[in-house]
Design a binder for this molecule. Sequence first.
Ligand code: ZN
Ligand code: ZN
Length: 75
Amino acid sequence: MMSVTLNKQQPQSGYTGCACRDCMDTTVSGDVTKPELCGLCEDAGCESFTVEAMQASDVTAGHFECQRDDAYGDE
Ligand SMILES: [Zn+2]
Ligand SMILES: [Zn+2]
């Protein structure tokens, strides 16, 4: 990371955990303060889990469950 120049105006892209609540994958986000869904979760239609999203409406906890077929696989 020695080639990264410090610039406070620019969001810093980099690796973040997947925004999906149940997903442990790592993905690359354009802004590390705002995790994004990994590709598999995006394809599966997972919801990004944030406090704001959770409080925004009266969604149930299940709303944020990982939608991937392999979400709960024990590999
Ligand atoms: Zn994911
Ligand atoms: Zn997911």
